[in-house]
Design a protein around this ligand. Sequence first.
Ligand SMILES: Nc1ncnc2c1ncn2[C@@H]1O[C@H](COP(=O)(O)OP(=O)(O)OP(=O)(O)O)[C@@H](O)[C@H]1O
Ligand SMILES: CC(C)(CO)[C@@H](O)C(=O)[O-]
Ligand code: BAL
Length: 294
Amino acid sequence: MKTCTTTKQLRCQLNREKLAGKRVAFVPTMGNLHEGHLQLVRKAKQVADVVVVSIFVNPLQFNVQEDLNKYPRTLAADKEKLFAEGAQYLFYPSVDEIYPEGMAQQTKVSVPELSETLCGANRPGHFTGVATVVAKLFNIVQPDTAIFGKKDYQQLSIIKKMVLDLCMPIEIIGIETARAEDGLALSSRNGHLKPEERHTAPLLHQTLQTCREAIACGYDSYLELEQHAIETLKNAGFQPDYFSIRDAYTLKEVTDDTELIVIAAAAQLGMPRLIDNVTLNLNPNQDWGMLATS
Ligand SMILES: Nc1ncnc2c1ncn2[C@@H]1O[C@H](COP(=O)(O)OP(=O)(O)OP(=O)(O)O)[C@@H](O)[C@H]1O
Ligand SMILES: CC(C)(CO)[C@@H](O)C(=O)[O-]
Ligand code: BAL
């Protein structure tokens, strides 16, 4: 596996691969790799000849300085995992390489409607930071396909919309959330949970599942379900940010036209803020391959 730290180095390598007719898959990450990331790498290997993984902790998407400072950085272990999975290139740029003019660079990419709700409501500027860096990384790597996790459901929806709206010739693939045996969605920030918090953490997923089952059984008072879930989480020691039942495509409230629901939640537990979601197809005969969860 080759590690490139500059755009010039990476482009030089990838130009050769592309001239040889190779298909390139890209997996953007912030490092501290776990099984969830490795599933994305495995998918990338299945769909392309060359796999490029980036590790870049993007300051533009952090709205809390402490969160950025404490973000886990484990480069040596990450490299070993990527090598073992057979990734061919690691792109590991500095902040100056990506933002030569600093965070005040003029051009930003934003997808306002999808960004202002759910996680975006409490993390102002976060998704503009994500969309801007992903657009930059896409321009640097110029992949045929890019792989993202459904754990970050809103992020995946925003990237899909950005690619569509800006006519980027990149296929976006979403991968199911990798979980611990007790259901907790794997996440780099889970490492900040204290042992007793780690014990409580799976309740987030359990609460989402309970809500999903209630809707599947025909319970349609969504507000009551949301309020009950929030109370359950609060009683267990979470500080819920939101627990919302939404149309999976628009991320707006469910309407009579909604055919796929996403139930998404974010809650602080001790230091880390955990996110998770589940989906429910209201029309099981429909093929949802092209929608936000594909
Ligand atoms: N449990 C998971 N299952 C599948 N994909 C995941 C999982 N966790 C993260 N990913 C995906 O990996 C990519 C990189 O995510 P990132 O490096 O931010 O990891 P993370 O574990 O989500 O960290 P954090 O949430 O603490 O920022 C994203 O596309 C994300 O959705
Ligand atoms: C997509 C991403 C790598 C952009 O920094 C980040 O938001 C992440 O790791 O999910
Ligand atoms: N995994 C999403 C990136 C973030 O929370 O900043």
